[in-house]
Structure formats: structure tokens, C-alpha cells
Design a protein around this ligand. Structure first.
Ligand SMILES: Cc1cc2nc3c(=O)[nH]c(=O)nc-3n(C[C@H](O)[C@H](O)[C@H](O)COP(=O)(O)O)c2cc1C
Length: 267
């Protein structure tokens, strides 16, 4: 039975999750959603099972994932599942948002939805976890991902769940996030530590960064994944005044070539 898992990632958690699940499924292709961003029209996966794995942003979906889901035609899929990775809050609303988008598309909506707590990368708001705390979160996530693969193999069905608080936060803040996100890169800046290595431009899943005179320039179609801040090797990129000095995070299983490949370009 063939499976395709589509994923989006900023700092590697969702790709690591997609790979871990894929390893438990057998014949499984892992496809970056970012590699489809310049294509148009419906996406009709030729697989019996389809999975979508992505982070939670503001209790909802990354904008690129929402627009991808709006193009999916799941008529050939016999089982569809979604997995959201998150720092800890709002996964139910993100799963509900995805189910709502797919309900209006051809084919079946998600048969099952799962939330996996992973280290939070929202450095604009707070310090990501580090050291032992980070290791513990990742180790618990790995165990959970193995059981998700088993659940998928057993075609388990689950409802997205409902959290009134998450739904309220989603109602209050997600639309604003989605309508402003592309220009939110206006708060990003680079300091004199920049070595013009080009990592930020290479790893950006939205192709939103260009080097001009050796320095990154953000082009206002940002996804706010914060990958550029986290993956800059000299921590020269900041997002507002509070990120200087905060710990940077990347999933330890994912390297720069993986991030670069996400857009469908060769590293
Ligand atoms: C813009 C942004 C918004 C986020 N919002 C939430 C949120 O609402 N709830 C939550 O639990 N985590 C939130 N996070 C944390 C991520 O969902 C979490 O770290 C995720 O695992 C990152 O996945 P990635 O490494 O695949 O990018 C947010 C992160 C970012 C960058």
C-alpha cells in the first residue's frame, strides 16, 4: 500500500516527524509542500494513503499549508491522516481547520488527526527549550510518532478533538496572523556579524530571502517559520528586539541540505 506524506517545516520538527512515521509505514514517499508552491491547480496524490504533517502557527495552519490543502483532491486516497507538531497549545484548532478545508474538497477528509508536542521554535515570543528539557520532549515525541505510525497502519479513526480555549484563541488571533503573515518579515533584521554565507536564503521554505550586497533582504512573502533566525550559523538574524541572546533551535535530525531541498531545489 503506497503512502504519500506531505510536510512543511521551519526548523525540522515536522520533517523529523514525517520521516519517523514514514519509516513505520513501508512504501512511503515524503513530499515537501514548499516544492509545490510555484505550481497551480489541483493536487491529486496517486497513493492509497495520504498524510499531512506541519507545525501549528497561532492555533492554526501555516499559510502555505492552508493554501496547499485547498488544492488537494483526495479522491484516490482510502485513508487520510494529519499530524500537527506544536509547542503545546492549539493543535485541536489546527486539525479542525484542516478538516474544514478538506471537507469542501473532492475525496475524503482526514480519517485521523494527531498532535505531537515538540520543542517550540516561536523565538519571537519566548525562549525555545534547550539541553535536557529539549531532549526529553524529543524522546517523548519519538515514542508517540511510532504509535502514530501503528495507528495509521491499523487505519485508526479519530476526531480532531475540541478545546474551547484554543478555538477562542483561533477565532481571535488566527485570521489576523493569516492576513498579515507575509509582511511580518518587516520585523526581521541582520546585524554586522553576518558573514554573507547565504544559509538564510538557501533554507527559507518560502523563497522569501535574497542576498543583496551579501546581506539578506526579506521579500514579504514570509511564512514566519523563523528558520532564518534559528539556522543562521552566527545568530546574526533577529526578529525584533527580544530575540538577541535567546537560544536557537533546530531539530537535531535535520540538516541544512534537508531544509534547502524542501523547496525542490538542489542543495
Ligand atoms: C509563527 C509561529 C507560531 C506558533 N504558534 C504556535 C501555537 O499556536 N501553538 C503551539 O503550541 N506552538 C506554536 N508554535 C511552535 C511550533 O508549532 C512548533 O515548535 C513546531 O513543532 C515547529 O515545527 P517545525 O520545526 O517543523 O517548523 C509556533 C511557531 C511559530 C514559528
Amino acid at each position: 500500500m503506497k503512502t504519500i506524506i506531505y510536510y512543511f517545516t521551519g526548523t525540522g520538527n515536522s520533517l523529523a516527524a514525517a520521516r519517523k512515521i514514514a519509516a513505520g509505514l513501508g512504501d512511503c514517499e515524503v513530499v515537501p509542500i514548499a516544492s509545490l508552491q510555484d505550481t497551480q491547480g489541483d493536487i491529486l496524490p496517486g497513493a492509497d494513503r495520504v498524510g499531512i504533517v506541519c507545525p501549528v502557527y497561532f492555533t492554526g495552519l501555516p499559510a502555505m499549508v492552508a493554501s496547499f490543502a485547498g488544492r488537494l483532491d483526495l479522491s484516490r486516497s482510502h485513508y487520510t491522516f494529519s499530524v500537527v507538531t506544536l509547542g503545546g497549545f492549539g493543535g485541536q484548532s489546527a486539525l479542525r481547520q484542516l478538516a474544514g478545508i478538506l471537507k469542501d474538497r473532492p475525496g475524503r477528509g482526514p480519517d485521523a488527526g494527531f498532535m505531537v508536542k515538540m520543542p517550540s521554535n516561536y523565538i519571537l515570543l519566548y525562549e525555545p527549550p534547550a539541553g535536557k528539557k529539549c531532549e526529553e520532549i524529543l524522546s517523548a515525541a519519538h515514542a508517540q510518532l511510532e504509535s502514530i505510525a501503528q495507528a495509521v497502519n491499523n487505519s485508526v479513526k479519530t476526531a480532531p478533538g475540541y478545546s474551547p480555549l484554543a478555538q477562542l484563541v483561533h477565532f481571535l488571533f488566527y485570521s489576523r496572523f493569516a492576513s498579515h503573515v507575509h509582511a511580518d518579515d518587516r520585523k526581521f533584521s541582520v546585524n554586522d556579524q553576518c558573514t554573507s554565507c547565504g544559509t538564510c536564503a538557501a533554507i527559507c521554505p518560502a523563497k522569501n530571502i535574497e542576498l543583496v550586497d551579501g546581506r539578506p533582504v526579506w521579500k514579504h512573502h514570509c511564512e514566519l517559520c523563523c528558520g532564518c533566525i534559528h539556522l543562521c550559523p552566527v545568530e546574526a538574524i533577529q526578529g525584533g528586539k527580544k530575540t538577541a541572546g535567546r537560544v536557537r533551535y533546530r531539530n537535531p535530525e535535520i540538516d541544512n541540505a534537508d531544509f534547502t531541498a524542501q523547496k525542490g531545489e538542489r542543495p
